[in-house]
Design a protein around this ligand. Sequence first.
Ligand code: ATP
Ligand code: MG
Length: 418
Amino acid sequence: MSNNIQSVRGMNDCLPEMSDTWQAFESIVRDWLRRYGYREMRTPILEQTHLFKRAIGEVTDIVEKEMYTFVDELNGESLTLRPEGTASAVRAVIQHNLLYDGGKRLWYAGPMFRHERPQKGRYRQFHQVGVEALGFAGPDTDAELIVMCADLWKRLGIAPSLQINTLGDPESRQRHRAKLIAYFEAHQDALDEDAKRRLHSNPLRILDSKNPAMQALNDAAPRLMDEIDADALAHFDALQAILRDNGIAFEINPRLVRGLDYYNRTVFEWVTDQLGAQGTVCAGGRYDGLIEQLGGKPAPAAGFAMGIERLLALMETGSVALATPVPDAYIVHAGDAAQRYAWQVAAALRGAGLDTVLHCGGGSFKSQMKKADASRARYALIIGDDEAAAQQVTLKPLRDGAEQIRAELARAIDYLKR
Ligand code: ATP
Ligand code: MG
C-alpha cells in the first residue's frame, strides 16, 4: 500500500496520449455542430441544488442517489456538481432571456458528476456533449437532432443503432400511470425492491428496470402507446416519415422511458452491443414543459446528450483511429553560439506555423538525437556552432530514409512546410 495521494474513485486523469484523442474528437464535434448552426454555451459546473431537483425530478435515480451535493458553509446554500447539462442550459436561457427573438440551437460540452458504482463506461466524473434546440415545437426539430447524430457517427466511423419512442403528453402519461399502478399493485409479489419503492412515486421507471426477473411482468404491463392522443401520435408519425426519407434506420422501443422526468413525446437512444452493459452512447428527446417548469415563459424544446467516454470506447472497437499530432521539428543544438541561434530558429519556425520542440537540458548530440526520435517529430533540426556561424541549419528526416540536408533558415522552413 502506498501513501501517495490518488485521484478520487471513478474520476479519471486524461493523460497526454489520451488527450490527443480527445482533442481530435472535440474538433470533429465542433465542426459538425457548426455545420448545423448550433452555437456553444458554457455554464458553471456548480448550480443551486434545487435547480436539479426541479428539472430532473425528485424521485429519479440521479436526484435520489447520484448527486454530489454539499452545503456552502459561507452562506448555508445547498450546491450540487452538475449531473447533466440540460437543467443548466435551460436555467441560463431563462436567466438571459435568450429566446426573446425566437428559437435557439445550442450546445455545450464538459464534465458531469454522478455518484454511481464505477465500472467500464460508468464513471463518477464523465463527459458529455449536449445539444439543445429551444423554442421549436415540430417533429422536424426532433428529426434534425437525430439526423445530425447519424452524420456524426459517420464522421467518427461508428454505427450505433437507433431506438425511438413517444411518451405522449402529460395527460396521457397520467392515465397510463394510474393503470400501471393498478397493474403492479395486482402483482405485488413479483416486484423487486426497486419496483416496490417506485410503485407509487414513479411507476413508469419500473419499466426501465434492468433486472431480468422483472422482464416478463414488464412485457405484459399496460402500454403507454395505448393512451397516447392523436396530436402526439401525429407528431411521432411525422418524425418517422422524415427519418425514413433521410435513410435513418430505427426501431420503435415501447419500453424506452428515460431516467429523467422532464421528457415528453419523442425520446430516443443510440445503443451498441459492443460495450457490454453500458451500451447507450447518446440519449435525448423532447422536453416541452421544462422551460416553464423552471420559471421561464412557456416554450417547447428538445435535445440530447452523448457520453464521450463511451463514444471513444466504441471507436476503439472499430478501425478508425483519431490522429495523434506529432511535432514538425525537434531542434538539437550544442555549443553556446548554437544555443543562442537555436532559440531564434525555434521562434522563426513557430512563427511560420510549424510545431517545434526546442531541446532543453543540454547533453551530447547523440543523447539529444535520441530525445528527438522519441518525440516522434518528423525532422531533427541540428544546429552546431558551425551552422550558427553560417546562419544555417541541418535537417535530418526522422520518419523516412530521405537525405539529410543543410540549408539557410528560410529555405529550411519552406522545406518543412512542404
Ligand atoms: P444509464 O442508463 O447508462 O445510466 P442515463 O440514462 O443515466 O444512462 P443520461 O442521463 O441520458 O444517461 O446521459 C446521457 C449519456 O451520458 C448516456 O447515454 C451515457 O452515454 C452517458 N453517461 C451517463 N452516465 C454516465 C456515467 N456515469 N459514466 C459515463 N457516461 C455516462
Ligand atoms: Mg444513469
